[in-house]
Design a protein around this ligand. Structure first.
Ligand code: SAM
Length: 293
């Protein structure tokens, strides 16, 4: 097969949906049949042995816990939304990170969950309903068409941007993904197109007037979708008063040293960490935000 999923000895992670169940209760319930531990970094994440199959477990089917990997669960935590905030999830379906954001906000405030693809909007609605995330407003729209000057977005304080990407961090057949020669032909032009959209969407996210925190994440291992996108937006980000901040400073694996500030960026490795993710966190302090907002 062309692709092989990095899956063999992968621990099973579940994120407790604290909108529906507390962590201790979930540990007690799952612990009846499994060895369950708390993750050392993500507060509501539980770790189970690699062979555990939870697909039809009642806590999964009723939305009390979500099967979500560790790297994926870092993204909403890096965004750091507070209860009562207004937040945009720019590319939201199927909604795993949307409902994680909702849980971190304790269901208080508002999340506009934007999704372009009609079929995926249905999945997003289903996820929000399953999670009991009543503060999620699903919007079937192109994120690039949301007008930052529109009054309805004037109080948005955080944007999560997890755009379409190559997915090369979760499915791949090679370990030489960091070599310059790792793509060819059609792959290369696909990556260029994806990166162009990612850059455009990131600049758009940074242009919302009251936003203090923007997280850009991918499940790609490719520099062109990760560090290169960040590098290309840095001048615009600085002009809006944004700087790179360091999500999970205790995490050792940082960005490739091809951009100033790469030590702020976070990478997870598809082999060592079982999933290849990338996270960049942009922040600005309130002094840069126009007073009218
Ligand atoms: N954050 C999601 C989660 O954790 O469940 C996964 C998001 S997935 C990587 C990217 C999503 O962005 C896809 O559902 C895709 O249809 C959507 N998308 C792509 N372009 C978009 C655009 N211009 N506006 C809004 N959504 C878009």
């Amino acid at each position: 097969a062309q692709y092989q999923i990095y899956d063999v000895k992968k621990p099973r992670y579940v994120r407790v949906n604290t909108l529906k169940m507390d962590v201790e209760t979930a540990m007690f319930e799952l612990g009846k049949e499994n060895v369950v531990q708390k993750d050392d970094m993500i507060p509501d994440l539980l770790v189970l042995p690699p062979s555990t199959d939870l697909h039809s477990h009642p806590l999964v089917t009723d939305g009390s816990v979500f099967m979500q990997g560790k790297a994926s669960s870092m993204v909403a935590v890096a965004l750091g939304p507070k209860p009562g905030w207004e937040v945009i999830d720019a590319c939201a379906a199927p909604g795993n990170k949307t409902v994680h954001v909702a849980a971190l906000m304790k269901g208080e405030g508002k999340i506009v969950a934007c999704e372009l693809n009609k079929d995926r909007v249905k999945r997003l609605e289903h996820t929000a309903k399953l999670a009991g995330a009543t503060n999620v407003e699903v919007l079937h729209e192109n994120f690039l068409n949301l007008n930052p000057e529109d009054q309805s977005y004037s109080k948005v304080r955080a944007i999560l941007l997890d755009p379409s990407c190559s997915g090369s961090g979760t499915v791949a057949d090679r370990l030489d993904y960091l070599l310059p020669s790792h793509t060819s032909g059609g792959d290369e032009s696909r990556l260029v197109k994806l990166a162009a959209f990612q850059k455009k969407a990131l600049i758009h996210a940074l242009s919302f007037p009251s936003v203090e925190r923007v997280v850009y994440s991918t499940c790609s291992v490719h520099q062109i979708e990760n560090e290169d996108v960040v590098k290309s937006v840095l001048p615009v980000a600085a002009s809006y008063g944004f700087q790179l901040s360091t999500p999970f400073p205790q995490w050792a694996r940082r960005g490739l040293p091809v951009v100033e500030g790469s030590q702020h960026l976070l990478r997870t490795d598809p082999v060592e960490d079982k999933e290849g993710f990338f996270i960049a966190l942009f922040t600005r302090n309130a002094t840069h935000i126009p007073e009218t907002f």
